[in-house]
Write a new protein. Structure first.
Length: 145
């Protein structure tokens, strides 16, 4: 939902230019309740990725240029501290040697996989996402977003 909202904001125009988007507008596109979107936007605002404006033309706008926002920033804003790959909540029977060995092995594997995913997310900027969205929305070459 956070990437969807930021993609909409990036396609809306330059940082802070033009009217902002309302949580209701974003929620309609995401197909969820505006309250859910406001919670996501609050996380993004705390991370310095979006800002809100009041009054005519108010709403949410990007706080940074799309080239300065990575998907890693987005992940960190909305899922801070949450693992990408969660282990089984109860864990194996502590008396089972196989269970302990599997759990230890998977913990290391999860850690390495998470580091790779985070590194890849850090390579993708919102500007890159914006270009890709424009290409997909306007496949015939009209890339005005």
């Amino acid at each position: 939902m956070a990437v969807h909202a930021l993609g909409m904001l990036a396609c809306q125009g330059a940082r802070g230019a033009g009217p902002g988007l309302t949580s209701a507008t974003i929620a309609g596109s995401v197909r969820t309740n505006p309250v859910v979107i406001r919670r996501v936007l609050a996380d993004l605002r705390r991370a310095g990725l979006v800002t809100t404006r009041r009054g005519a033309g108010g709403g949410v706008v990007l706080a940074r240029a799309p080239s300065r926002i990575t998907l890693r920033c987005v992940w960190d804003a909305v899922d801070a501290g949450e693992p990408l790959f969660a282990p089984h909540p109860a864990g194996p029977d502590p008396g089972c040697p196989t269970g302990r060995a599997v759990a230890g092995y998977l913990a290391g594997l999860r850690g390495r996989a998470e580091a790779l995913v985070r590194a890849e997310l850090g390579k993708v900027t919102l500007a890159r996402l914006q270009r890709e969205l424009s290409r997909r929305i306007h496949p015939q070459g009209d890339h005005r977003a």
